[in-house]
Write a new protein. Structure first.
Length: 765
């Protein structure tokens, strides 16, 4: 039910109204309305006489959004359209009337039907001026995933600068809609002025001098924040004493040199890492034949924390000038790839600065980066904190130290064809039917195996990372995005030729396909045209979905078999650790299980069981490695808390402990890898502008002590639990043997016959 309110209300208030900021044009005042704007509500109420004075002396008017699908308030001109072509932002004086933050959506629409949409996280507290830019604008357009905390104070007033996505004709604005999505109970806000104004001064104020000389946010304080070089050095000295104590307390007698539990049952020692299933549980097994639970950290590297400064030097309070100390930490790059990860991002190329490198020199002296010192110190940290694996994208010198096992990615790049599934975050799907893909794979595997073929410290290689096996949604078109994307291609793409051959072999002629798919296909050549759109799967024509599934399985089989065959040839003793799935299809996962030794998933969830159906994984009977997970917050400098953001730093400890506990409870999981070692830069990393706080260590090289201490306890408890389970298995094995049970013919204990071993157990590939 939509109700239009009377155009004019006679309201008198003795309390003063706050003056509008300079440059603001007020179109409408909710407290003293005039006959210039239509105000309508849907599933919301705007009582005629309900203005309220705040403790700060402002007078605002209450609007209540009732429990409904999308209660809304719509503002529109009395006649025609608003011409906002000379304004940068829509403005609204607003306050949450609740004691908690509210989520609102603002939609601005022009006469051509185009819209600009903003999500507003309205904090509790005093009134503020909400600014919605009238052109697409976001922190990413400023070069970073998340922007500085809001609201900010500009000219003595609280201002909340929103992000906006979409496009409108600013000269023909016909409506502004405020709404909520499915509130569980009535929620109220307070409003006063509505209008337009210039947004540039606020944008500059919001992003100006965000970063101090140490690469830290200037917008907050926290316990580990550094204010002087002396503080850096004192923190390093204190940490060194703590590390030595923790390292000395390690029970080295319980671990083999690779970190495997050596007091449990003996596994076959192959000289390399391998997998084995025993008594219903999967294990990684060290080269010396002991159970190993991989507790890893990703991106342990000193050269992954640079941030672009070119064109946005005004965001940095103290960049060194040429000839000044630490000017050697400048460099240049270009990360404008055209992939989904860079869409809408500004400042993705040019000059960058490395605050982490400069801070290492400030702390430890010298003329520059000392790799030997960094490697020793970093491995001390990892081992003292209970980690036993150097994860993906880490510095090669850590692997060469022969102290901690490590993993490596296979970087398969080439000029082979690719398929778009609509996400393409890191690029399109490689076409495994293209002979150039096999050539690129052979080259990449040969290069990777050259230095690591016979290294017992290598746990294994990852096939890839976060390929776009499916589309971005939950609908059938996303589920089968690989099939749809392939059929849209031209016939010079090998994958499309393979798909068409599959259909020709099955249906023989266009009449057979037309009947099976419920379409009128006059000739096969129509399917060969670029842009061909097949029908959606439906119950009346089940063959559509069956054909899509079959093709996607064939595609995945060709992909993983190509990589597996190459690795068998070049490094037959090393494990293939799967594809680090972020999105996947059942076909892709089944193929990975068929051709790889381990299934690997990047899971940004509160527990592994929220990230995938483990009953389905258990049916595939393969070990699982969680290759990325983390928990972040926005109260330690960087503005983004990641996909699994928590409210406060202190909550990260409990979240880590619970994730690890739940992983240990799942018998198919053989390890978890934290993402990542260092915090990302405040103004965004080079690759894609991510600026998350989910590091163990800050940009100053100072660890987040409370979190690290808790992580250490969780890691040590996990290894202890693995040891206890192994000892129980050993005791059970001893009982069986005393009762006359014989070990398998290969020397394995009970429940360890050949049918239970991993696909490449014992001899790798």
């Amino acid at each position: 039910m939509i109700r239009t309110l009377p155009a004019l209300f006679a309201l008198l208030f003795t309390a003063p109204l706050m003056a509008a900021p300079a440059g603001q044009q007020t179109l409408f005042n909710f407290v003293r309305p005039a006959d210039v704007v239509k105000v309508a509500t849907q599933d919301a109420s705007l009582p005629q006489y309900n203005a309220e004075q705040t403790p700060e002396g402002e007078v605002l008017r209450r609007i209540t959004f009732n429990p409904a699908a999308e209660p809304s308030l719509v503002l529109s001109p009395q006649t025609g359209a608003w011409d906002w072509s000379q304004s940068g932002a829509m403005s609204l004086r607003i306050q949450s009337a609740m004691d908690w933050a509210l989520t609102l959506y603002v939609k601005v629409q022009s006469s051509d039907g185009k819209t600009l949409v903003s999500r507003i996280d309205l904090p509790a507290g005093p009134a503020q001026t909400l600014l919605v830019p009238l052109q697409a604008n976001s922190p990413l357009s400023q070069g970073m995933k998340a922007g500085p905390p809001m609201p900010i104070t500009v000219d003595g007033q609280r201002v909340l600068l929103a992000s906006s996505a979409g496009e409108i004709d600013r000269s023909q604005v016909v409506s502004v809609t405020l709404s909520m999505i499915k509130p569980n109970a009535a929620q109220s806000i307070l409003l006063e002025r509505f209008g337009v104004q210039d947004s540039e001064p606020v944008l500059k104020a919001a992003y100006s001098e965000l970063v101090d000389a140490y690469g830290q946010s200037t917008r907050a304080r926290w316990p580990e924040k550094v204010s002087s070089d002396e503080q850096l050095k004192a923190a390093a000295a204190k940490e060194q004493t703590q590390l030595q104590g923790w390292l000395a307390a390690r029970d080295k007698s319980a671990l083999d040199k690779f970190g495997g539990w050596n007091k449990g049952p003996a596994f076959k020692a192959s000289g390399f890492f391998r997998t084995e299933k025993r008594d219903g549980r999967w294990y990684l097994v060290t080269p010396e034949g002991h159970p190993f639970y991989s507790l890893g950290v990703n991106t342990v590297a000193p050269d992954n924390s640079q941030t672009y400064v070119a064109g946005r030097e005004w965001m940095f309070a103290a960049l060194p000038k040429a000839g000044e100390p630490f000017d050697k930490y400048y460099g240049s790059g270009d990360n404008r790839t055209g992939n989904g990860a860079g869409e809408g991002r500004g400042f993705g190329a040019g000059r960058w600065y490395d605050f982490y490198g400069a801070n290492l020199q400030r702390t430890y002296g010298g003329e520059g980066f000392d790799q030997k010192r960094w490697v020793t110190h970093t491995l001390d940290r990892l081992q003292a904190w209970g980690f036993n694996t150097v994860g993906n994208w880490s510095d090669g010198a850590l692997a060469s130290a022969d102290r901690v096992p490590y993993t490596l990615p296979l970087s398969i790049v080439g000029d082979y064809a690719s398929i778009s599934t609509g996400t393409d975050w890191w690029g399109g799907m490689p076409d495994p039917f293209d002979p150039r893909f096999a050539m690129a794979t052979e080259r990449a595997v040969a290069i990777a195996a050259r230095d690591h073929r016979d290294d017992p410290w290598l746990i294994g290689f990852f096939a890839d990372n976060e390929l776009a096996w499916a589309g971005p949604g939950d609908d059938p078109k996303s589920r089968y995005a690989l099939a749809y994307g392939t059929l849209r291609m031209t016939t010079d793409v090998p994958a499309k030729r393979a798909f068409l051959k599959q259909l020709r072999d099955k249906y023989r002629n266009e009449q057979g396909l037309s009947k099976a798919w419920g379409i009128e296909l006059a000739g096969w050549e129509l399917m060969e045209d670029p842009g061909f759109e097949p029908p959606m799967p439906n119950p009346e024509h089940p063959e559509i979905e069956a054909d899509f599934k079959y093709f996607q399985k064939t595609f995945a089989d060709a992909y993983f078999k190509t990589i597996s065959d190459s690795l068998k040839w070049h490094a037959p003793n090393q494990l293939l650790l799967g594809g680090r799935y972020a999105v996947s299809t059942p076909e892709a996962v089944a193929s990975c299980a068929q051709y790889c030794d381990v299934l690997s998933f990047n899971m940004y969830t509160l527990k592994p069981q929220d990230g995938y159906d483990f009953a389905a994984l258990r049916a595939l009977d393969k070990p699982v490695l969680i290759t990325e997970f983390n928990f972040g917050s926005a109260d330690r400098g960087p503005f983004w808390g990641g996909v699994t953001q928590l409210a406060r730093e202190e909550e990260r400890s409990a979240a880590y402990a619970n994730f690890l506990k739940q992983a240990m409870a799942e018998p198919s999981i053989v390890g978890v890898h934290w993402f990542q070692y260092l915090d990302q830069p405040v103004t965004g990393r080079l690759l894609d502008g991510e600026n998350g706080h989910f590091g163990l260590v800050g940009i100053t090289d100072v660890p987040f002590q409370g979190f690290v201490d808790s992580v250490r306890r969780s890691n040590l408890a996990a290894v202890d639990q693995l040891g206890k389970e192994a000892e129980k298995a050993k005791a059970a094995s001893t009982v069986h043997e005393s009762e006359g049970s014989n070990p398998g013919r290969d020397g394995k204990g009970p429940g360890q016959g050949a049918g239970h071993a991993g696909g490449h157990s014992g001899n790798g590939h």
